[in-house]
Design a protein around this ligand. Sequence first.
Ligand SMILES: CC(C)(COP(=O)(O)OP(=O)(O)OC[C@H]1O[C@@H](n2cnc3c(N)ncnc32)[C@H](O)[C@@H]1OP(=O)(O)O)[C@@H](O)C(=O)NCCC(=O)NCCS
Length: 155
Amino acid sequence: MACDPRVMEYLPPLTRAESDAALDRMIATEREHGHVFWALERKVEGDFIGFCGILPPRSPIFEHEIGWRLAHHAWGQGLAREAAEASLAWAWANLPVPAVMAITNLANTRSWGLMERLGMIRYPDEDFEHPELAEGDPLRPHILYRIHRPLPEAD
Ligand SMILES: CC(C)(COP(=O)(O)OP(=O)(O)OC[C@H]1O[C@@H](n2cnc3c(N)ncnc32)[C@H](O)[C@@H]1OP(=O)(O)O)[C@@H](O)C(=O)NCCC(=O)NCCS
C-alpha cells in the first residue's frame, strides 16, 4: 500500500524499511495507549485493506487525531467512512476527550471530503506548515478539521 503512488499521492513516499519502522511504531503505540491507526480487514473476506483509527496526541498538534489510508482497490465503497465512524464511536466511548482532530494537505480532496462527510469542521485559522516536511515541499501546507464529542441523547 505504501509504495502505490495513487495511495501516496499526498503523503511522503516510504521505503520498505520506513514502512516496517512505521508499523513497529504503531504496534508500540497500541501497546502503550490502547489505540492507534488500526489495521482494517473486510468483515467477510478478512483481507487487509488499509488502516484507520485514533492516534494519541503528538507533535505538531497535541490532540487526539483520526487518520486513514486505504489500498486503492478499497476506495469508493464507503469503507473508509465506515471505519472512521467506528473509530470515532470508539473514541467517544473510551477516551475522555472533548474533540478529535484530523489534518491533511489542502490538495487531498479525498481525505478532507471524508472529514466533511463525518461532520468534521475546518478551522482555517489553524492552517499550518507541517514542520516534518521541507520548506517549499507542496505537501507542507496543512489544514485542520475537528469534531466535538456529541451531546448525550436526551431521555
Ligand atoms: C482518503 C481515503 C481514505 C478516502 O476513501 P474513500 O473510499 O473515498 O472514502 P469513503 O469511505 O467515504 O467512500 C466515499 C466514496 O464511496 C462511495 N460509496 C459507494 N458505496 C458507498 C456506501 N455504501 N456508503 C458510503 N459511500 C459509498 C461514495 O459515493 C464516495 O464515492 P466518490 O469518492 O466517488 O464520491 C482514500 O482516498 C485514501 O486512502 N487515500 C490515500 C491515503 C490518504 O491520502 N490518506 C489521508 C492522508 S491525510
